[in-house]
Design a protein around this ligand. Structure first.
Ligand code: R5P
Length: 292
């Protein structure tokens, strides 16, 4: 396998390379034309190679880079191309909520798969998007990576900030052999939420080390509200952990102000990246993609 890392995921691509017994690795050349259009060029001998391209798509520019790189890799004569999209942008619009809206996640999936033989992504907003691909598509989880990190730290209780994250908190709790609970969340608007404790809390919260686990931290509103609620119950320490750390605007600072620790995986570049999904992605590449 030959690994290529786009600009949004160079470090993670290199970590994946190491997990694949130091497979050949290349960073493409990317520049802008004077009118703003992007230019990419891939080096290395790709003719007949099985290539893995790694690129998260947080911004539209990341997505254009990904599509251009896929085409360049095909032009260079790659045998098979597996596209790894650690953070899959546009995943939240996974259905048409109101008349006239697109199913954004589906249309992005269709464009990405045009030049791909297989797709690997991490913690999609909803599993529906996986079925939008007509090529083999696999989803890694960020939970094992965060659990590997938390094993070294004091943890008494895992908390999901909403019912939607129940499975995530339950799985993390299982890996760490700890109790878990899901808060009840009411979204007021795109930036504000109201949270409350469920009727049955499995442990007395006072003095406990709590880890709030979410898939995405975006504006930070959810984690800040969850931390404030838990503090009112005199918990000992609060950490927040997520797979995808978007940390928009001042989210990072706002969360740091109400928590003791903040962890994210490396699907996106951010200051809280402390756990790597590289082993989990490499496992899928070796176990599932290599067999196709
Ligand atoms: C919601 O469904 C997600 O799991 C996250 O809780 C949400 O996207 C976080 O957004 P924010 O950081 O803006 O509150």
């Amino acid at each position: 396998m030959y690994v290529i890392g786009g600009q949004a995921s160079t470090a993670l691509a290199e970590r994946i390379t190491r997990e694949l017994d130091n497979a050949p690795f290349a960073i493409p050349f990317v520049k802008r034309f004077p009118d703003g259009e992007m230019y990419v060029r891939v080096g290395g001998r790709l003719n007949g190679e099985d290539v893995v391209l790694v690129q998260s798509t947080k911004t539209d520019a990341d997505l254009i880079e990904l599509l251009l790189l896929e085409d360049a890799i095909r032009e260079a004569g790659a045998h098979r191309l597996c596209v790894v999209v650690p953070y899959f942008g546009y995943a939240r619009q996974d259905r048409s909520f109101f008349p006239g809206e697109p199913v954004s996640a589906r249309t992005i999936a269709r464009h990405i798969e045009l030049n791909a033989d297989a797709i690997v992504t991490v913690d999609l907003h909803s599993p529906i998007t996986l079925s939008a691909f007509s090529k083999p598509a696999f989803e890694a989880s960020g939970i094992p990576a965060i659990a590997r990190l938390l094993r070294e730290r004091p943890v008494d209780l895992l908390v999901s900030p909403d019912k939607g994250g129940t499975e995530r908190a339950r799985r993390m709790a299982q890996l760490l052999d700890k109790p878990w609970l899901a808060l009840e969340k009411k979204r007021v608007d795109s930036e504000h939420v109201e949270l409350s404790l469920p009727p049955n809390v499995p442990v007395d919260l006072e003095g406990k080390h709590i880890v709030i686990v979410d898939d995405v931290i975006s504006t930070g509103g959810t984690i800040v509200e969850a931390a404030r609620l838990l503090k009112r119950h005199k918990v000992g320490a609060i950490a927040a952990a997520c797979t995808h750390g978007l940390f928009l605007r001042d989210a990072f600072e706002r969360i740091k102000a109400v928590t003791d620790d903040l962890y994210s995986t490396d699907t996106l570049l951010n200051p809280a990246e402390k756990a790597s999904v590289a082993p989990d992605i490499a496992q899928i590449l070796q176990r599932d993609v290599a067999r196709l």
